[in-house]
Design a protein around this ligand. Structure first.
Ligand code: PEP
Ligand code: MG
Length: 432
């Protein structure tokens, strides 16, 4: 379908940094708008976000060049062209950019157009976005994984690991799962207050107190689950994203690298020791999913990690795969992880994101859909999760509207689907 107008605007994300919004109109008048999120603990092989690097404006983080690219070169190449479908549009964008990582036009410019086109097609076809992405008779509603305690690069506290999530899987529906989750979030706030801990929140809306240890973060979550009236492991389990790439220091001159708990004790671990830490946590606590337990440049460590835990819980590759089908294929070949994190802006088009999803599905890898730490009010990931039947997504906590927006969209989808929507429950998690 032909695009008749394409505009872009520099808007702000949840950290107050500029990001790209695109507005697109199709012949016939259907419109689509999309906003692109941004990461902080990014994988090295992510598609490149174009930033202006003008220190006098937004500390160098402006996206006016990306905006100009949408309204200039991209619009010129696309306006009035006969576009067969989403894949046709995305392949034209990839070819126009001409680089392997979208560094010329910017993945932020390209993705904004790609997502806006998907929305406009949905509007033109009179379909909800999830149905535009995949037309099915029934859909799976995901278990929401709420990042209720933040550390690492997402918070100015002394917790080394980035994300401590709760997954309310023993629920009859998505809406009941969300209720259980936010009740636990509120119980956690009361518990932190009672212990005299700080209740301010980090980038993803989870609490960000200084704690006595990283283990205490897990113990607080388990206690809060109990206080809210639920059984840890039975009703609500834990998911972790320690974002280990941020803790990994490469070894010099062929020496093995090591992991350092740089925010708390400074303690260092070899790859084997770090894997052992996760094995002991999984034995001790009701953890059903562990993302980026090892660093993106530690493939032997990841192999060991997968051997140790890959038949017990879900091991998700985020930084190591970057939602990139070629890298995921290499990971599958080398028996790394059993699940892939799905972040649209790591790869930069809707079509390539779906390519990664299909590759994972063909190889029995789970897909865990994710927000970014710098988010917007755009709810694309909610529809994407339902469209691909991923069964679980991570976004938000119990605060911050840019995250809650995704849950609210899923509540609308749940109502709209009625009996054609089924809550995923514990089976959403690999090996459960
Ligand atoms: C959501 C994450 O953080 P960021 O967006 O900062 O990469 C993550 O690491 O999974
Ligand atoms: Mg991650």
């Amino acid at each position: 379908m032909k695009i008749t107008s394409l505009t872009a605007l520099q808007v702000l994300d949840s950290r107050g940094n500029p990001t790209v919004e695109a507005d697109l109109t199709l012949e016939g008048g259907a419109t689509g708008r999309a906003l692109v999120p941004a990461g902080a603990s990014t994988g090295e092989k992510e598609a490149v976000e174009l930033r202006d690097n003008d220190p006098m404006r937004y500390g160098g983080k402006g996206v006016l060049h990306a905006v100009v690219n949408v309204e200039g070169e991209i619009a010129k190449a696309l306006l009035g062209q006969d576009l067969a479908d989403q894949a046709d549009l995305d392949h034209r964008l990839i070819a126009l950019d001409g680089t392997p990582n979208k560094s010329r036009l910017g993945a932020n410019a390209i993705l904004a157009v790609s997502m806006a086109y998907a929305r406009a097609l949905a509007a033109a076809n009179g379909k909800p976005l999830y149905r535009q992405l995949t037309d099915q008779t029934s859909y799976v509603l995901p278990v929401p994984c709420l990042n209720v305690l933040n550390g690492g690069r997402h918070a100015d506290n002394n917790v080394d690991f980035q994300e401590f999530m709760i997954a309310s899987h023993n629920a009859p529906s998505f809406s009941e799962s969300i209720r259980m989750s936010v009740e636990t979030f509120h119980a956690l706030k009361a518990l932190l207050k009672q212990k005299g801990y700080y209740t301010g929140v980090g980038d993803e809306g989870g609490f960000a107190p200084n704690l006595k240890s990283n283990e205490e973060a897990v113990e607080l979550l388990l206690e809060a689950i109990g206080h809210a009236g639920f059984r840890p492991g039975h009703d609500i389990s834990l998911c972790l994203d320690p974002a280990a790439s941020e803790l990994y220091e490469a070894g010099e001159a062929g020496q093995p690298g090591r992991y350092r708990l740089f925010k708390s004790t400074g303690q260092c671990y070899t790859s084997e020791q770090f894997n052992e830490l996760w094995v002991s946590w999984v034995n001790q606590y009701p953890i059903v999913l562990l993302e980026d337990g090892m660093g993106e440049n530690d493939w032997p460590g990841w192999q060991l990690h997968t051997k140790s835990l890959g038949s017990k819980i879900e091991l998700v590759g985020d930084d190591i795969f970057c939602t990139n089908p070629a890298i995921l294929q290499a990971g599958i070949d080398q028996h790394i992880a059993n699940s892939v994190l799905i972040k649209l802006n790591q790869i930069g088009t809707v079509t390539e994101t779906l390519d990664t999803v299909h590759l994972a599905q063909r190889n029995h890898y789970n897909q865990f859909v994710s927000h970014r730490s710098g988010e917007t009010e755009d709810t694309f990931v909610a529809d994407l999760t339902v469209a691909i039947g991923a069964g679980h997504l991570k976004t938000g906590s119990g605060s911050r509207s840019e995250r809650i927006a995704k849950f609210n969209q899923l509540l609308r989808i749940e109502r709209e689907l009625g009996s054609a929507g089924h809550f995923a429950g514990i089976k959403a998690f690999k090996n459960q």
